[in-house]
Design a binder for this molecule. Sequence first.
Ligand code: T4K
Length: 373
Amino acid sequence: MEKKILVTRSSMPGFEEYCEEIRELWDSRWITNNGAKHRLLEQRLKEYLNTPNITLFTNGHLALENVIEAMELPKGGEVITTPFTFASTTHAIVRSGLTPVFCDIKRSDYTIDENLIEGLITDKTCAILPVHVYGNICNVEAIQSIAERHSLRVIYDAAHSFGVTYRGVSTANFGDASMFSFHATKVFHTIEGGAVCCRDEKLAKKLGYIKNFGIDGPESTPYIGGNAKMNEFQAAMGICNLRRLSDEISGRKAVTERYISRLSGGNGIILCHDPPFVNKNYAYFPVAFEPESFGADRNRVFDALAEHNIGARKYFYPLTSAFECYTGQFAPESTPVALDVSRKVLTLPLYADLGMEDADRICDIILSCKSSI
Ligand code: T4K
């Protein structure tokens, strides 16, 4: 059996380093509820992202639900978003009592097509929730001016984009708020974890309350909050992983460059272009296959890799608008580019210590599929 390679593999700090980081917890016995590690990580992330406010959460999904809740968007309001994303984005909107209105994406980078947003605005629209999918940054300038013209809130699903900058500004700093995921599969992780960054200090304060049952002190509970706090073991993992983030990103960059050198120019193989003024984080490596010119479709490539024990993933297929839990509610055909891309795209294994020989083997298998149908 050939060596198993999955779409990603969690980066890990040194075992001793992590043990050292959590040692104090045995003395303090303070292991959650805004402890010392939590506060330290918050401070370090604020500096790294150069953002005025950050609130940490136990995962990215609850961060998203909490920021939607904190903004008090009107129940039944419409939120313009894309269906080419992980389940979390759409579910967070629906679970908040809002209605997703799906906008199509661009073929160039799979982010929301800003030229189609205004056509979807109605008198019920209250927010735009775009996704920096794969770490590809949306057209933040165009989205901001649409939002200002129509008095809409903008919440970015920045789950994939930790460490990405546009013109030197981190993706933490666009729109009214940005949500990051620090899940084990991410470029930077806290095992499970997430954060919301925002400019509005009042919003950040409110997030701090509603992630902790709405409590503002032993005898004061101004909000009906839930529990979405990050614990000290998660925060300690984040502190360790932040130290090695630049190595993680440069390792991923090297693998990405190898993939690009082996796969670009191949007939029927579509790769994302590097946009100007962007520092990337190399979170994912999506490849779309055009069956007519490549000679094999995405599923054939997926199966060929699987036969060699390589777990590429169909991120993001099916579209969230086609999920069975939403049967009859949305029309996936209304976003034809997203629908087409979801049927053609595959994300290849990517992590810092994926060997070049493994990357080459993956490319060899992919290229061997050419013209096999
Ligand atoms: N918005 C967007 C756009 C998102 O992509 C996500 C999450 C969210 C919001 C919500 O954020 P979180 O609440 O998750 O913080 C994975 C992740 O679980 C999920 O965080 C991520 N997006 C999504 C794109 O990928 P699955 O269902 O594909 O996970 P799973 O268990 O199949 O793992 C994928 C691969 O990762 C495995 O093949 C091997 C590797 N892996 C996995 C785990 C759990 C590791 O190396 N170590 C691990 O501990 O969702």
